[in-house]
Design a protein around this ligand. Sequence first.
Ligand code: PLP
Length: 453
Amino acid sequence: TFMANLPPTQELQQKDAAHHLHPFTDTQELNEKGARIITRAEGVYLYDSEGNRMLDGMAGLWCVNVGYGRKEIQEAAMRQMEQLPYYNTFFMTSHPPVVALSEKLASLAPPHINHVFYGNSGSESNDTVVRMVRHYWASMGKPDKKVIIARKNAYHGSTVAAASLGGMKGMHAQGGLPIPDITHIDQPYWYGEGGDMDPADFGLMRARALEEEIDRIGEDKVAAFIAEPIQGAGGVVIPPDSYWPEIQRICDERDILLIADEVICGFGRTGNWFGSDTYQIKPDLMTIAKGLSSGYLPIAGVLVSDRVAEGFIAHGGEFAHGYTYSGHPVACAAALTNLEIMEREHIVEGVRDRAAPYLAEKWAALGDHPLIGEARSKGLVAALELTPDKAARAPFAASKGTVGLICREHCFNNGLVMRHVGDTMIIAPPLVISNSEIDELVNKAAKCLDLTL
Ligand code: PLP
């Protein structure tokens, strides 16, 4: 019935282009082609206003981990809407859903993490963490420790501080970024930058760039290092196994806080609750969003270790920071129900024991395609490197980005949502994707590679 009442697609597209400024969208392309209008979704499938069905290989924006159409989350949100649609958590107030969610997150997080500060998006969480680490060091009597080292090509969000932490050149070129006291080191991108090096040696070298950067700046001036366990929007950079243990050693020895941006990796994506579990690191802070509510409502946060929390708590006073919607009761109820579903259906174990090994095998086979230089995956996040020359791992130099764009268009027109970052194709499907749906995804991807050839 909802579908029947929709205006014609063209009318929606025209109004959309006329009045809606889209994030990360070329306005000219939008005017010419019109946006695809998504009207409903179920499981791992999206449906558009023309009745086309698409397998959502990106789980929205890496977030719909439990899949679409979960009545239980909808009902929990509605019940909370009736009971208490809004109240804040400022000035000595709290409410039952935020208490329950905080307790749940403390139980899911690594043992040394027992506190959470809420926001509404990954961007806000990363903005929060910038102030939090500097405030922490100031409370500890070290106000000069304020530089945050991040990585080139990282994506940490679009607010001013988060986009400054991010290492996207295109973003820094607009709007006067980055803000001061943030620097960027190279990433452990072996396929693109490792040349003839052994991947393990390359991973060590890129980790040691952190130590060199700390020496360059001075240890007494560095507050923290931030990175995603697996860099997502930068092109699904899966680090060599040597990388993270070396980063952990450096942070420990040099007394630098380690911040894991778990916005993509958190909540099962890599086959454990957190990417930090997969790489066995012990971050002082973890930023979370996306999978926390599977995207059903906006909610995000910073998970804070005992060390950092006690630094705050022991010194008393207030952290002059917060959002009207920090710990929004309806979003908390949705997130809590989402996490209950994940536990009850053993979704994380399902990724680890079933879906990830199945995808890894099928995905690796795509590496034989003439257009593919590398097919890599970890958990349920994966990438394909498009190349005109497999042996040289060469990029499409002259047309950087356009071949990926062409491939994405073929996918879009053939019932598969796959994203491109330059000439790297990436997927991060809902974690509940079945083996036969994985077959469909991989077969469609193969067909679209043929079309792109
Ligand atoms: N951090 C990472 C690793 C992300 O991938 C994203 C979004 O894609 C963000 C932060 C920003 O999150 P949000 O879009 O919710 O602000």
